[in-house]
Design a protein around this ligand. Structure first.
Ligand SMILES: C[S@@+](CC[C@H](N)C(=O)[O-])C[C@H]1O[C@@H](n2cnc3c(N)ncnc32)[C@H](O)[C@@H]1O
Length: 225
Protein backbone atom coordinates (compact mmCIF):
# COMPACT_ATOMS: atom_id res chain seq x y z
CA UNK A 1 0.00 0.00 0.00
CA UNK A 2 1.49 3.30 -1.06
CA UNK A 3 -0.29 5.22 1.72
CA UNK A 4 -1.35 4.06 5.15
CA UNK A 5 -4.98 3.23 5.88
CA UNK A 6 -5.14 6.44 7.91
CA UNK A 7 -3.85 8.46 4.94
CA UNK A 8 -6.45 6.91 2.64
CA UNK A 9 -9.23 7.47 5.19
CA UNK A 10 -8.22 11.12 5.63
CA UNK A 11 -8.02 11.63 1.84
CA UNK A 12 -11.53 10.23 1.34
CA UNK A 13 -12.92 12.09 4.39
CA UNK A 14 -11.79 15.29 2.72
CA UNK A 15 -13.41 14.55 -0.65
CA UNK A 16 -16.55 12.81 0.69
CA UNK A 17 -19.02 15.67 0.13
CA UNK A 18 -18.02 16.08 -3.54
CA UNK A 19 -17.21 12.42 -4.28
CA UNK A 20 -20.43 11.64 -6.16
CA UNK A 21 -20.04 14.67 -8.46
CA UNK A 22 -16.83 13.58 -10.16
CA UNK A 23 -17.24 10.25 -11.88
CA UNK A 24 -15.51 9.04 -15.05
CA UNK A 25 -17.27 7.13 -17.83
CA UNK A 26 -15.16 4.08 -16.91
CA UNK A 27 -16.21 4.30 -13.26
CA UNK A 28 -19.89 4.40 -14.27
CA UNK A 29 -19.53 1.45 -16.66
CA UNK A 30 -17.69 -0.54 -14.00
CA UNK A 31 -20.30 0.25 -11.31
CA UNK A 32 -23.14 -0.78 -13.65
CA UNK A 33 -21.46 -4.11 -14.38
CA UNK A 34 -20.80 -4.80 -10.68
CA UNK A 35 -24.46 -4.13 -9.90
CA UNK A 36 -25.66 -6.30 -12.80
CA UNK A 37 -23.39 -9.23 -11.97
CA UNK A 38 -24.08 -9.10 -8.22
CA UNK A 39 -27.72 -10.05 -8.95
CA UNK A 40 -28.69 -10.81 -5.33
CA UNK A 41 -31.72 -12.94 -4.52
CA UNK A 42 -34.44 -11.45 -2.31
CA UNK A 43 -33.10 -13.41 0.71
CA UNK A 44 -29.41 -12.62 0.10
CA UNK A 45 -27.25 -10.53 2.42
CA UNK A 46 -24.76 -8.41 0.45
CA UNK A 47 -21.46 -7.05 1.76
CA UNK A 48 -20.21 -3.95 -0.08
CA UNK A 49 -16.53 -3.63 0.83
CA UNK A 50 -15.01 -0.14 0.59
CA UNK A 51 -18.55 1.06 -0.02
CA UNK A 52 -17.60 4.75 -0.02
CA UNK A 53 -20.80 6.78 -0.38
CA UNK A 54 -22.73 3.52 -0.92
CA UNK A 55 -23.13 3.67 -4.72
CA UNK A 56 -23.18 -0.10 -5.16
CA UNK A 57 -24.78 -1.16 -1.87
CA UNK A 58 -27.66 1.31 -2.18
CA UNK A 59 -28.34 0.22 -5.77
CA UNK A 60 -28.51 -3.43 -4.67
CA UNK A 61 -30.57 -2.91 -1.49
CA UNK A 62 -34.02 -3.02 -3.18
CA UNK A 63 -33.22 -6.52 -4.56
CA UNK A 64 -31.53 -7.95 -1.45
CA UNK A 65 -32.64 -8.86 2.05
CA UNK A 66 -29.96 -6.69 3.62
CA UNK A 67 -26.81 -4.79 2.65
CA UNK A 68 -23.79 -4.30 4.90
CA UNK A 69 -21.47 -1.47 3.77
CA UNK A 70 -17.94 -1.26 5.15
CA UNK A 71 -15.31 1.45 4.67
CA UNK A 72 -12.39 3.09 6.49
CA UNK A 73 -13.57 6.67 5.89
CA UNK A 74 -16.19 7.96 8.33
CA UNK A 75 -16.81 10.92 6.00
CA UNK A 76 -17.72 8.61 3.11
CA UNK A 77 -19.86 6.41 5.41
CA UNK A 78 -21.76 9.47 6.63
CA UNK A 79 -22.62 10.37 3.02
CA UNK A 80 -23.82 6.80 2.45
CA UNK A 81 -26.06 6.95 5.53
CA UNK A 82 -27.53 10.28 4.42
CA UNK A 83 -28.27 8.92 0.95
CA UNK A 84 -29.99 5.85 2.46
CA UNK A 85 -32.14 8.10 4.68
CA UNK A 86 -33.00 10.46 1.78
CA UNK A 87 -34.08 7.48 -0.36
CA UNK A 88 -35.97 5.76 2.46
CA UNK A 89 -33.76 2.64 2.20
CA UNK A 90 -33.85 0.87 5.56
CA UNK A 91 -32.30 -2.56 4.87
CA UNK A 92 -28.72 -1.20 4.93
CA UNK A 93 -26.09 -0.69 7.61
CA UNK A 94 -22.90 1.30 7.02
CA UNK A 95 -19.97 1.04 9.40
CA UNK A 96 -16.21 0.86 9.85
CA UNK A 97 -14.48 -2.14 8.32
CA UNK A 98 -11.58 -2.92 6.03
CA UNK A 99 -10.79 -5.36 3.28
CA UNK A 100 -8.71 -7.62 5.46
CA UNK A 101 -10.96 -7.23 8.54
CA UNK A 102 -14.46 -6.59 7.22
CA UNK A 103 -16.01 -6.60 10.69
CA UNK A 104 -19.18 -8.53 9.86
CA UNK A 105 -20.91 -10.93 12.22
CA UNK A 106 -23.60 -12.35 9.95
CA UNK A 107 -23.75 -14.77 7.02
CA UNK A 108 -22.86 -13.09 3.76
CA UNK A 109 -24.17 -14.39 0.42
CA UNK A 110 -22.72 -11.90 -2.05
CA UNK A 111 -19.64 -9.69 -1.71
CA UNK A 112 -19.14 -6.69 -3.99
CA UNK A 113 -16.41 -4.10 -4.19
CA UNK A 114 -15.95 -1.30 -6.69
CA UNK A 115 -12.98 0.94 -7.42
CA UNK A 116 -11.13 0.44 -4.14
CA UNK A 117 -8.98 -2.69 -3.87
CA UNK A 118 -6.29 -1.06 -6.02
CA UNK A 119 -5.25 0.90 -2.92
CA UNK A 120 -3.75 -2.30 -1.49
CA UNK A 121 -0.44 -3.86 -2.51
CA UNK A 122 -0.69 -7.16 -4.39
CA UNK A 123 0.17 -9.11 -1.22
CA UNK A 124 -2.49 -7.20 0.71
CA UNK A 125 -5.00 -7.86 -2.09
CA UNK A 126 -4.27 -11.57 -1.76
CA UNK A 127 -4.89 -11.36 2.03
CA UNK A 128 -8.09 -9.39 1.41
CA UNK A 129 -9.35 -11.98 -1.09
CA UNK A 130 -8.56 -14.75 1.43
CA UNK A 131 -10.55 -12.85 4.09
CA UNK A 132 -13.45 -12.50 1.63
CA UNK A 133 -13.24 -16.23 0.81
CA UNK A 134 -13.40 -17.00 4.54
CA UNK A 135 -16.84 -15.33 4.65
CA UNK A 136 -17.97 -18.11 2.25
CA UNK A 137 -20.10 -16.02 -0.09
CA UNK A 138 -21.55 -17.73 -3.15
CA UNK A 139 -20.36 -14.84 -5.32
CA UNK A 140 -17.75 -12.08 -5.22
CA UNK A 141 -17.92 -9.32 -7.82
CA UNK A 142 -14.84 -7.13 -8.02
CA UNK A 143 -14.86 -4.00 -10.15
CA UNK A 144 -11.62 -2.05 -10.04
CA UNK A 145 -8.62 -0.53 -11.68
CA UNK A 146 -6.76 -3.61 -12.95
CA UNK A 147 -4.21 -4.08 -15.68
CA UNK A 148 -5.28 -6.08 -18.73
CA UNK A 149 -2.01 -5.31 -20.49
CA UNK A 150 1.01 -3.16 -19.86
CA UNK A 151 0.00 0.07 -18.13
CA UNK A 152 0.96 3.09 -20.19
CA UNK A 153 3.27 4.87 -17.75
CA UNK A 154 2.83 8.15 -19.63
CA UNK A 155 -0.94 8.01 -19.36
CA UNK A 156 -2.04 5.85 -16.44
CA UNK A 157 -5.75 5.72 -15.63
CA UNK A 158 -4.82 5.74 -11.96
CA UNK A 159 -2.63 7.95 -9.74
CA UNK A 160 0.68 6.11 -9.25
CA UNK A 161 1.39 7.99 -6.04
CA UNK A 162 -1.67 6.57 -4.24
CA UNK A 163 -2.88 3.62 -6.34
CA UNK A 164 -1.34 0.18 -6.84
CA UNK A 165 -3.44 -1.81 -9.34
CA UNK A 166 -2.77 -5.51 -9.93
CA UNK A 167 -2.74 -7.35 -13.21
CA UNK A 168 -5.84 -9.39 -14.00
CA UNK A 169 -3.61 -12.47 -13.72
CA UNK A 170 -2.59 -11.69 -10.13
CA UNK A 171 -6.23 -11.18 -9.14
CA UNK A 172 -7.37 -14.35 -10.94
CA UNK A 173 -4.67 -16.38 -9.14
CA UNK A 174 -5.63 -14.97 -5.74
CA UNK A 175 -9.32 -15.66 -6.39
CA UNK A 176 -8.77 -19.27 -7.43
CA UNK A 177 -6.38 -19.84 -4.51
CA UNK A 178 -9.14 -18.60 -2.19
CA UNK A 179 -11.54 -21.23 -3.56
CA UNK A 180 -13.38 -19.15 -6.15
CA UNK A 181 -14.00 -20.05 -9.77
CA UNK A 182 -13.74 -17.11 -12.15
CA UNK A 183 -16.99 -17.11 -14.13
CA UNK A 184 -16.80 -13.79 -16.01
CA UNK A 185 -14.21 -11.17 -16.89
CA UNK A 186 -15.44 -7.82 -18.21
CA UNK A 187 -12.92 -5.38 -19.65
CA UNK A 188 -14.14 -1.80 -19.41
CA UNK A 189 -10.82 -0.18 -20.33
CA UNK A 190 -7.24 -1.42 -20.62
CA UNK A 191 -6.85 -0.54 -16.94
CA UNK A 192 -10.39 -1.10 -15.59
CA UNK A 193 -12.47 -4.26 -15.34
CA UNK A 194 -14.89 -6.45 -13.45
CA UNK A 195 -14.20 -10.00 -12.28
CA UNK A 196 -17.02 -12.31 -11.23
CA UNK A 197 -15.98 -15.14 -8.93
CA UNK A 198 -18.19 -17.91 -7.62
CA UNK A 199 -17.60 -20.69 -5.15
CA UNK A 200 -18.04 -24.18 -6.59
CA UNK A 201 -20.77 -25.88 -4.60
CA UNK A 202 -22.25 -22.49 -3.78
CA UNK A 203 -25.56 -21.64 -5.38
CA UNK A 204 -24.46 -20.53 -8.85
CA UNK A 205 -27.93 -19.32 -9.56
CA UNK A 206 -29.77 -18.97 -12.81
CA UNK A 207 -30.25 -15.20 -12.49
CA UNK A 208 -26.52 -14.56 -12.10
CA UNK A 209 -25.75 -16.85 -15.02
CA UNK A 210 -28.40 -15.02 -17.07
CA UNK A 211 -26.89 -11.66 -16.06
CA UNK A 212 -23.45 -12.92 -17.14
CA UNK A 213 -24.87 -14.07 -20.48
CA UNK A 214 -26.77 -10.80 -20.98
CA UNK A 215 -23.67 -8.74 -20.15
CA UNK A 216 -21.59 -10.80 -22.59
CA UNK A 217 -24.25 -10.39 -25.29
CA UNK A 218 -24.39 -6.61 -24.67
CA UNK A 219 -20.62 -6.42 -24.97
CA UNK A 220 -20.69 -8.42 -28.20
CA UNK A 221 -23.43 -6.13 -29.56
CA UNK A 222 -21.42 -3.04 -28.62
CA UNK A 223 -18.29 -4.45 -30.22
CA UNK A 224 -20.10 -5.30 -33.45
CA UNK A 225 -21.97 -1.93 -33.55
C1 LIG B 1 -12.79 5.36 -5.03
S1 LIG B 1 -13.72 5.03 -3.57
C2 LIG B 1 -14.93 3.85 -4.16
C3 LIG B 1 -16.20 3.87 -3.33
C4 LIG B 1 -17.34 3.02 -3.85
N1 LIG B 1 -17.01 1.61 -3.78
C5 LIG B 1 -17.77 3.42 -5.22
O1 LIG B 1 -17.85 2.55 -6.10
O2 LIG B 1 -18.10 4.59 -5.42
C6 LIG B 1 -12.61 4.05 -2.63
C7 LIG B 1 -13.09 3.76 -1.20
O3 LIG B 1 -12.26 2.75 -0.66
C8 LIG B 1 -12.10 3.01 0.71
N2 LIG B 1 -10.93 2.24 1.16
C9 LIG B 1 -9.63 2.41 0.81
N3 LIG B 1 -8.88 1.45 1.38
C10 LIG B 1 -9.72 0.65 2.10
C11 LIG B 1 -9.54 -0.51 2.92
N4 LIG B 1 -8.35 -1.05 3.10
N5 LIG B 1 -10.63 -1.06 3.50
C12 LIG B 1 -11.87 -0.53 3.31
N6 LIG B 1 -12.09 0.57 2.57
C13 LIG B 1 -11.03 1.15 1.96
C14 LIG B 1 -11.95 4.53 0.75
O4 LIG B 1 -12.18 5.07 2.03
C15 LIG B 1 -13.00 4.96 -0.28
O5 LIG B 1 -14.24 5.21 0.32
Amino acid sequence: MKKTLEDHAARFDEMAAEYDDSKSEEYRACAELVIRHAAPEADDVVLDLATGTGAIGLALAPDAEFVVGRDISEGMLEQAREKAADRGIENVEFGEGRFREPGVDRNIDVVVSNFAMHHLSDEEKREAIEAIGALEPTRFVLGDVMLFGEADPSEPFYSPEVDDPATVGVLADALTDAGFALTAVEQVHEQVGVLVAERPGGAVDADAAAATDAASRDDADQESA
